[in-house]
Design a protein. Structure first.
Length: 214
């Protein structure tokens, strides 16, 4: 049976707020509202972005930056985004499928292939101004993404509060005094110790933005 325990009055209030925001901004990425507003002012026309998890965000970013390379594992979603961005010459889409049957080729417990994660190896260090981590295997991608960021670049991690302790008041969030349960996520967090970051949350989504030291 589907649980609805998270549908508290407060959560319903925030859902209504998100609905109103999305009606006003139908092409905005599915991030915490504050994160979207921050990115509106941060991104530059010269920026190059690596995106893990193609979607509505792909076209939104493409309108604001020089180039976006987007990595996807779902062929149906890949095709949808390919059609939506067909006229944009600054979008490069990459598809890495996995049938979930080859354990040697797949990332444990993540539903994607190592090829999907290891696409990061195609780029030299310091290639990207921004990396958007919103697909599968986020901890593995996050670790590999750090060296690919330019100094002063940003790493965006959506649904942050589901994997890391924070004060975000969203369903299934790990509380501030909670622990990181996943070993790979702990490794990522150790690597960014000392980095400045901010967590945006709107009661429905939480989005962390890390700033690589200049």
């Amino acid at each position: 049976m589907k649980t609805v325990s998270h549908w508290t009055p407060r959560y319903l209030y925030h859902r209504v707020g998100r609905y109103c925001f999305e009606k006003r901004h139908p092409h905005a990425p599915n991030l915490a509202i504050g994160a979207t507003q921050f990115l509106e002012g941060w991104l530059k026309k010269t920026d190059v972005i690596l995106e893990y998890g193609s979607g509505r965000s792909t076209g939104w970013f493409a309108q604001r930056v020089h180039k976006i390379i987007s990595i996807e594992n779902n062929p149906l979603w890949y095709e949808k985004v390919r059609v939506e961005t067909a006229t944009r010459v600054n979008v490069e889409l990459c598809l890495f499928e996995s049938d979930g049957k080859d354990k040697e080729r797949d990332v444990p417990g993540c539903g994607v292939s190592w090829g999907y994660v290891n696409k990061t190896e195609d780029f030299p260090p310091g290639t990207f101004d921004c990396i958007f981590n919103d697909g599968w295997a986020r901890a593995y991608v996050g670790i590999r993404a750090l060296s690919l960021l330019k100094r002063g670049g940003i790493l965006i991690w959506d649904d942050w509060a589901w994997s890391f302790p924070s004060s975000a008041r969203i369903p299934i969030a790990i509380p501030p005094d909670g622990v990181i349960k996943d070993k790979t996520s702990s490794e990522f967090f150790a690597l960014v110790k000392g980095w400045r970051y901010i967590v945006f949350e709107d009661g429905v989504h939480s989005t962390a933005i890390f700033f690589k030291p200049a």
